[in-house]
Design a protein around this ligand. Sequence first.
Ligand SMILES: [Zn+2]
Length: 481
Amino acid sequence: MRRNVYAILACIAVFASPAAVGDGLPDLGEIAQTEFSPQMEKRVGESIMQEIRLKEPSYLDDPEISGYLNRIGRRLASNSDESRQEFEFFVLRDKTLNAFAMPGGFIGVHTGLITAAQSESELAGVLSHEISHVTQRHLARGFAKQSQLQAASWIALAVAILASRTNSDAAQGALIAGQAASAQKQLAYSRDFEREADRVGIQLLERSGFDVRGMGAFFERLQRFGRLYENNAPGYLLTHPLTTERISDMENRIQMRPYKQVPDSLDFLLVRAKLRAQDGTPDDAVTDFDTLVRERKFTSEPAVRYGLAIALHRAQKYPAAEAQVAELRRLKAESPMVESLAAELRLKQNDPAGAAKVLRASAVRYPQERAISYALVEALLSSGQPQEALRATKDDLQAYSTDFRMHSLQAKAYAALGKKLQQHRAQGESYALQGLLNPAIEQFEMAQKSPDGDFYEQSQVDARLRQLKRQRDELMKQGRP
Ligand SMILES: [Zn+2]
């Protein structure tokens, strides 16, 4: 239930007029105006996202899975009439079926929703529905209708929920969960918005080459779940009221489309298998996938073998996991996910040079795969090749200059080479990109004090430090923490 806080925070952020902001609540600056511009939406979304990355325990920091989700999500969004809107998709490890859109195009998806999707078109259906809430600006339009009085109670609720994150008192937790549930009900999109998101979403699905039936099929399943849960309906149904009327509307739209069989991508199958293989204890996961493989109960052999390999990796049975990777290669399951697992298994068996070799080849083959780029730098560092690692980060940052993770890896490479100034500078950049101004400033101050920089480097550090401090002063003036 705690994740409802994001929907609520999203709402509060819009209303937070300076007078109404209570102590301890993150004040998001000048966002109190009645007109909620896309730029403001973006800022609000980024602030919430920053909180999630740093503090939300269920935030799933897996570049393979989020990479996949962003590929499919952006493919759908690129077919929107509103294609200038930027999107970022992220994953929360949570068994419930839920997905939600936040201001600024940030869309969260629960792992439960991904594993429950019976086809890629079903997952794409939910994503395109969420994308449409954003492109049709439903959040901003919905907020405009709320009154200031309600806003005050939203803020109180957000304070309580934020506090409950560190408070283990179960009774209070339950109380807050109850409040959050009713708040979420009030936040629900209107029926008109739902219908519009369905209509626009189906267009996106069709233009992107998915099976439009995916959307109807998934929502029908949700409705069945909903009946099962009765008053405790999945979170998704609370914010996206699903009526029989809505389903029949959807069916009418879908029926006019010609039938289209769309096979699932290998990436989808592997992502779903990975999430399933991470569930429960490692031994149970091994048993489950092993049974599927042995009894040949599968629609995709690569997916179950990959799941088994992930489960074996979790159970620390590395040679057995490698045997499954060999099977995957025999089956011609070509995916960067297979390569990074192969490399990871080499690393676990004290062969970082072997891992680096696998990753170097796959970096050439899949130059845009972030997970491979990160793993390659790590493997080069573990195998005592800091110079090569540094070169890899420099090449990579030319194309991905705003990637905070790569900046942080570069700091590691500089540290291994004993270059203090550059180490702190790279780490400072990484923090700055995450919106962590104070830690960033600290790093640049350390860089300033490092004895190993030349005049040119020192003056660059000085200039960047001044810039960061100005940025911090600006935000303090606006009352942001
Ligand atoms: Zn909806």
